[in-house]
Design a protein around this ligand. Structure first.
Ligand code: 2HA
Ligand code: ZN
Length: 272
């Protein structure tokens, strides 16, 4: 891992940015204990194939990802903390390479012959399913962030907001930036057991039309081309959710932007 990193300025930049986002997530209060995970597709930065790839630990995937064959991902590890990722990214993230027509992967651990105790995030099925969607449609997103933003999760605890349209309307109504930054709104996935193929499929379905998907009573996923921009999508949504809860806790009902005001915003900024 270190050898590959030394040879690639691009990978060093990705590692730096991932650690910075780990710090943001921790400081935002969205990453308690080992909550959250990040993956970045990094093929373009791996300009030197690892020597003796066959020596690295091999794992079978529970699903086929032929579109991802030969792809490299930087992935955060299961059980790792975002605050540790920020301090020491190389101990809390690693490169994996998808091989065998998308049915297996190798972890490019620092220690080839000895023990490699690093394992990718428990949400790897969802991350890979989203990367597969991106590969299939040939869009340019490389980053996937999963985190636990308190206020967005709190909103999913309100039964009246379990309708996707109502959820988005409320968020749009709290601040004019929200519709501009997230014009396609967020997709809502009903509660499912995390880490499963089932939730991965439900999530991918929502990513066909959205850049952010909220998991009921759990957290959210966002995708993008750049780490900070991907973080910003979640941050803007959380801002709206915070405004909603602050007005509520002051004992008022938030008025929200009116339909004409939202339409004016869309017109002014060319959103259809
Ligand atoms: O990485 O957030 O959803 C831990 C999680 C699982
Ligand atoms: Zn989670």
């Amino acid at each position: 891992m270190n050898d590959i990193l030394k040879s690639s300025q691009g990978l060093r930049t990705v590692i730096f940015d991932v650690s910075k986002i780990g710090d943001f997530l921790w400081k935002a209060g969205w990453a308690e204990r080992n909550a959250g995970n990040i993956t970045v597709r990094v093929d373009e930065f791996v300009d030197q194939e690892p020597r003796d790839l066959a020596d690295y630990p091999l794992f079978t995937l529970n699903e086929f990802y032929p579109e991802l064959n030969d792809a490299y991902f930087l992935v955060t590890g299961t059980g790792k903390r975002m605050r540790d990722l920020a301090r020491d990214p190389l101990k809390n993230a690693a490169l994996i390479k998808i091989i065998s027509a998308g049915s297996e992967y190798r972890i490019i651990c620092e220690n080839q012959q000895g023990v490699c105790d690093f394992r990718p995030t428990s949400e790897l099925p969802t991350h890979l399913a989203i990367h597969r969607l991106i590969a299939k449609r040939k869009s340019e997103e490389k980053i996937i962030i999963h985190t636990h933003p308190t206020e967005l999760i709190a909103m999913t605890q309100i039964a009246e907001l379990s309708d996707e349209h109502k959820f988005n309307s409320l968020l749009y109504g709290m601040h004019p930036e929200t519709i501009l930054v997230i014009p396609d709104g967020v997709g809502l996935v009903k509660y499912e057991t995390p880490g499963t193929q089932h939730i991965a499929l439900q999530t991918v379905d929502k990513f066909k039309d959205h850049a952010v998907v909220v998991w009921e009573k759990h957290g959210c996923f966002a995708i993008g081309r750049d780490l900070e921009e991907t973080f910003d999508l979640i941050d803007v949504l959380v801002k709206s959710a915070k405004i909603f809860f602050q007005v509520k806790s002051a004992g008022y009902h938030p008025e929200g932007l009116r339909t004409e005001q939202l339409l004016d915003l869309k017109r002014a900024y060319g959103i259809d």
